[in-house]
Design a protein around this ligand. Sequence first.
Ligand code: BES
Ligand code: MN
Ligand code: MN
Length: 458
Amino acid sequence: MSSINEYIENNKQRFLDELFDLLRFPSVSADSKYKGDVLKAADYLAEKLREAGADQVEVCPTAGNPIVYGEKTVDASLPTVLVYGHYDVQPPEPLELWHTPPFEPTIRDGKIFARGACDDKGQVYMHVKAFEVMQKNGGIPCNIKFMIEGEEEVGSKNLEIFVRENTERLQADVVLISDTAMISLEHPSLETGLRGLSYVEVEVTGPNRDLHSGVYGGAVANPATILAKMIASMHDENNRITIPGFYDDVQELSEEERKALNNAPFSEEEYKDDLGIKELWGEKGYTTIERTGIRPTLEVNGIWGGYIGEGAKTVLPSKAYAKISMRLVPNQKSDKITELFTKHFESIAPAYVQVKVTPHHGGEPAVTPTDSIAYKAAALAIKESFGKDPIPCRGGGSIPIVSLFEDVLGLKTVLMGFGLDSDNLHSPNEKYDIANYFKGIETIPLFYKFYAQLSKKE
Ligand code: BES
Ligand code: MN
Ligand code: MN
C-alpha cells in the first residue's frame, strides 16, 4: 500500500466526521433565512483549508455569499491548478420525503444521506482532504489555488464579478472541478461538457380577480388551462421544441462522435426501473444518452395557480404561473434563447390573457478538451485508482462559471466528478457513497502526480 493510501486508511473516520460537520450547516443559497449558516459553512471550510496547510486563506466577501480562497505555492516553475467547487446547497424541500433530516447526515447502506452530500460539499471536501494527504506525504507536486463559492446553485453572479476583479490572483494552468457524476465505480468516466441554461418565470393573467368557478366558469378563459395549453404546445409530436429559431445554433455532432458517445454502458431497463417509469420519452431520432447530453431541452420546473390548499375551493384563478428551464448545448447563447422564448411565449398567448416573462439566471454551455495534458493526467489518475480507463461522456447539468473561466481567465477545465446520477442531487434523500468519497480522495493526489509529470515533459 502506498503511504498515501495508508494515511487515508488511518484517517478515514476523521475524514468522515469533518465532512459531517460541514454537512450540518444548512448553507442553502436560494433562501435568505439561511444566511448565517452559509457564513458558518464558509468559515468552517476556510479553517479546514488552513489546518490542511493552505496559505493566504481568506473568506472573501461579495455582494452575496462569500468565496473561500486559499493557495499553496510550492515553486513558481511548477504548474498551478485552480480547484473550484461550491459549499452552497439547494433547498431541502419537500422535507417530508426525507427518510432522515437533510442536515443531520446519516449513514445507511454505505451511503451518506444529507443535502449537499454529493452536490457539492462531499466532492469539495475530497479536495481539502486530498490536499492534506499530499501535504503530509511528501508535499504537493504542483501549486494549488482553491476557490470555493457559495452561490453556484443560484447562478454564480457574484463569483463572476470576483473572477473579473481577481484575474491576477487566479492565474493558473488549468481548472479542476469535482461537481459532476461518473457512470459508476465499475465504469469510471470523465465528463467532457456541460449544458448551458436559460431560466424564465412566466405569469399568465386572465380576469382581474379570482372568480366563483360556478358563476363565471365556462364564460371566462381560465389562465391555468391557457398556460397548460401554451406549455404543451412547446413540444411537437416528435418532442422537438417549437420555439422558432431554437435549434438554429445547435452544434450537431458527427456520426463518429455520436457513436463514441453511445458506446458508454447504459441499460434502458435499469434506467426505467430506477425511476419507476414504463416508457422513456424524448426528442425523436436521439438516444437517451444524447437527449441528456448533447441535445437542448425545455422543462417545466414548477407550475401553480389557483387554490392548492387542503380540501376543495371552487375558484377560477385570476393568474397562473410556471418556472421553465431550457438546457442549452454548444453554440447556443443563453440570452438569445431567453429572448426567443419570450417572443414566442408572447406570440402564442391568446387574447383571453396577458402574459409576463421574467428571466432568471442563465449560463453558457461548455466543452472541455480531451487532448490536453490535464485531461490525460485525470485519465491516468483514474486508470491507476480504478484499474480502468475512464469513459468520456457529456454531462447534462450546468456549471455556468466554467465557460467564464475560459472567457475571462483563458483556462480550460477538467471535470473530474465522483458522484453518480442516482445520488438524488436537488432531490430528497441526496446521498454520496462513502466508497466514492474515498475513491476521490485517493484519485486526486494521483491527478497532481501525473499532471506534474506530464507538464515537465512538455
Ligand atoms: N453540480 C451541479 C451540476 C451538474 C450535476 C453537472 C450533474 C453535471 C452533472 C450544479 O450544482 C448544478 O446543479 N447546477 C445547476 C445550474 C445553476 C445555474 C442553478 C443546474 O444544473 O441546474
Ligand atoms: Mn454542484
Ligand atoms: Mn446543484
